[in-house]
Design a protein around this ligand. Structure first.
Ligand SMILES: NC(=O)c1ccc[n+]([C@@H]2O[C@H](COP(=O)([O-])OP(=O)(O)OC[C@H]3O[C@@H](n4cnc5c(N)ncnc54)[C@H](OP(=O)(O)O)[C@@H]3O)[C@@H](O)[C@H]2O)c1
Length: 289
């Protein structure tokens, strides 16, 4: 079954130079799929240039590659930049997604969304719980979700959270550096579901082979605080952390939700397994030794 899907289905990873996109692209390539990736500002040999803000250009690129499945990992993912540059955030996170979806009448669209569509007052959110983003980034991601639900009947919206993995800096790589330099680590009171990017790539492949459709929380199997994340990384490194716990970060422009831990029973019921934060950290350490 999976073999047949691989042969028939060409996969286009949009944003294949990003933290998640790199790993998704490498995963599908390694699993034998016919994969094409796009880059934007970070030119990458073998990948197609794309600026998804251009409607006609996006259509031309998609039609020339003619994939059966598009995985959109591209976004303006910097929450504070989105708050400052609202027009740019809208163009990439909403208009850009619309430009892709217009070309998906005969294709499956897998779109990556975020836990920041929730206001963080409850936690352990299920897929159908009401959304109420606190910042502009979350608003743009929710607008894109709603547009996809209205215009596509073959979509997967994958809500992910606090990504860590390889290829681009992230909370885990930055915390590791600070711990190794014996620096103070400012940590904000937030409960989240950190997610190891290789686990997402694996889950997306499984959802494709199951021909799944709809909205899914694809997050790690630990609902933990940022403080606990630092403590787990420190334990792995055998370094005593110097943590300063704050309600809000002094450099933040956008408001952040307090508890956006996500419930993953839906993917578990389909047989998908996501790792815990401890497991992800051990895998990262093993890979970088
Ligand atoms: N990072 C997190 O912790 C987190 C948490 C929750 C949800 N998410 C969501 O997960 C997804 C992946 O996030 P990420 O952290 O991997 O993002 P990222 O590292 O910031 O990568 C963004 C990607 O989008 C591409 N891109 C940016 N502007 C573009 C444009 N105008 N046209 C075409 N491509 C463009 C970038 O290309 P170049 O690099 O070549 O310019 C890059 O490949 C996003 O949907 C994000 O909203 C992320």
């Amino acid at each position: 079954m999976v073999g047949a899907i691989k042969e028939q289905k060409k996969v286009l990873v949009i944003g294949a130079t990003g933290l998640l996109g790199q790993t998704v692209y490498a995963h599908f390539l390694q699993k034998g799929y016919d994969v094409q990736g796009t880059h934007n500002e970070q030119k990458k040999e073998g990948m197609q240039y794309l600026d998804l803000r251009g409607e006609r250009f996006t259509a031309e690129v998609i039609r020339s590659i003619n994939p059966a499945i598009i995985i959109n990992c591209a976004a303006l993912s910097n929450v504070d930049l989105a708050e400052k540059e609202k027009k740019l955030a809208y163009q990439i996170n909403v208009k850009g997604v619309e430009n892709i979806v217009k070309e998906c009448e005969q294709r499956k669209i897998i779109h990556i969304s975020t836990d920041y569509v929730f206001d963080g007052k409850k936690g352990n959110y299920q897929e159908g719980y009401y959304t109420n983003p606190l910042n502009y980034y979350g608003q743009t991601k929710l607008m894109a979700e709603n547009m996809i639900r209205l215009t596509s009947d073959n979509y997967i919206i994958a809500r992910v959270a606090v990504l860590y993995g390889f290829g681009r800096k992230n909370f885990v790589t930055e915390t590791t550096k600070k711990l190794e330099n014996r620096e103070e680590i400012i940590v904000v009171k937030q409960k989240i579901s950190p997610t190891f990017t290789p686990d997402i790539a694996q889950a997306l492949e499984q959802l494709i082979s199951l021909e799944a459709k709809g909205t899914f929380h694809i997050t790690g199997d630990s609902q933990i605080t940022r403080k606990k994340m630092v403590e787990i990384i420190a334990e792995e490194l055998k370094i005593k952390p110097n943590i300063k716990l704050l309600d809000s970060h002094p450099n933040w422009v956008a408001q952040r939700p307090k508890n956006t831990s996500l419930n993953t029973e839906r993917i578990k019921s389909l047989g998908l397994k996501m790792g815990t934060f401890q497991e992800g950290i051990k895998k990262m350490r093993e890979a970088t030794k």
